[in-house]
Design a protein around this ligand. Structure first.
Ligand SMILES: [Fe+2]
Length: 364
């Protein structure tokens, strides 16, 4: 009879025989899921996120420092607060903002940090984009938007319903030096007008295609709390390790503002499509194929994510509980990072990389 340890060893051997590497981090065994190194899958079958030892918790924090996406299987959260307790115990966060209710306004649960994403849903079918939609979570909610998100699968369709992850660090790195110089000092202005007044994305989800000016005016005329939400963030975020990432949520993006003044919404959304398209090509994407009790944590300032085509699972149930953790720190601009000595001032010299903004993103 096969013992647990034999079965585990066999599983590891199978994984090691593939293209991904398996490593030990503080007693946890993880498989790196993408050649770019941004994601990992925890293989320890006995790990219970609700009851981690001090050593496991430290190892998990180390994973969060090293990887921007972490997948764990076989986790149950009987109470909504269980999911919240896990992520709040792992990452410093903005307690004051949580106390105010954060910014969640859609399919809420009994905890302000968690919302339901349920399919089929009459509500969703009227307002969601049917194709891909590359974004970060909750960008228009506050000055210190979500730092980590934690998704927990309750029900998954047999096919379709995946979540796609692309590194926004890679998105930045793939750009020509001249484009990097152009976007480094842009500020992005956001209004929470997604899902209203004819809001639309292009099929591949890299930019909006509605008349954003008109949508904004219609939304502003509502006079609701949500319609008044307005924030600006640097387009390029600099992390503590000095890496730059494209930080944007095109759902709610209105326009970019540069040193010479604002761009038009049309110029803004054309540029957004150009700078995101190279980095969301299939070879740069990790596909999360959900099974019940899977959990995916992701760094919302260094990862973009996208749903897949709704048509593929329209007759099946899909339920994900999404937990959003607001940050303490604002999005760090290139100017701030340079002033603090975190990065050196960029130059336009150096190798020029080729980007092809005319190619289209595809799904996994
Ligand atoms: Fe999202």
């Amino acid at each position: 009879m096969e013992t647990d340890s034999t079965a585990k060893k066999r599983k590891l051997d199978e994984v090691e025989g593939g293209s991904s590497s398996v490593i030990q981090v503080g007693g946890l065994t993880v498989r790196e899921v993408h050649p770019h190194g941004f994601g990992c899958e925890v293989l320890d079958e006995d790990l219970d996120l609700k009851n981690m030892s001090a050593q496991q918790m430290q190892a998990f924090k180390d994973l969060m420092d090293k990887y921007d996406v972490i997948v764990v299987h076989g986790q149950d959260f009987p109470e909504t607060v269980d999911q919240v307790n896990v992520i709040t115990s792992l990452q410093p966060h903005n307690k004051e903002l949580i106390a105010k209710g954060h910014g969640n306004n859609f399919d809420t649960t009994d905890h302000p940090l968690v919302r339901n994403s349920v399919w089929p849903s009459e509500k969703y079918v009227k307002v969601v984009h049917p194709g891909y939609a590359w974004h970060v979570d909750g960008i228009a909610w506050s000055e210190t938007p979500i730092i980590w998100s934690c998704l927990h699968c309750i029900k998954a369709p047999k096919k379709g319903g995946e979540t796609l992850f692309a590194s926004s660090v890679v998105c930045y790195d793939l750009l020509d030096e001249a484009v990097k110089a152009k976007i480094d000092r842009l500020t992005a202005e956001y209004y929470d007008d997604y899902q209203v007044h004819g809001w639309k994305l292009d099929w591949f989800g890299t930019h909006r295609t509605d008349d954003v000016e008109e949508t904004r005016q219609l939304h502003a005329a509502e006079g609701t709390e949500r319609s008044k939400r307005h924030v600006t963030h640097p387009l390029v975020h600099v992390s503590k390790d000095g890496k730059k990432s494209i930080y944007t949520g095109n759902h709610t993006l209105y326009r970019f503002i540069g040193p010479d003044g604002p761009m038009t919404p049309a110029e803004t959304h054309k540029l957004t499509g150009e700078i995101l398209t190279p980095g969301v090509q299939p070879e740069h994407v990790f596909v999360m194929r959900w099974k019940p009790n899977d959990v995916a944590f992701f760094n919302n300032r260094r990862m973009l994510h996208s749903p897949t085509i709704i048509e593929r699972f329209k007759n099946e149930e899909r339920h994900i509980k999404q937990c959003f953790l607001p940050a303490i720190e604002k999005v760090k601009s290139v100017d701030e990072a340079e002033r603090e000595g975190l990065i050196k001032p960029a130059t336009t010299s150096g190798a020029q990389k080729t980007s092809d903004a005319s190619t289209v993103a595809a799904s996994g």
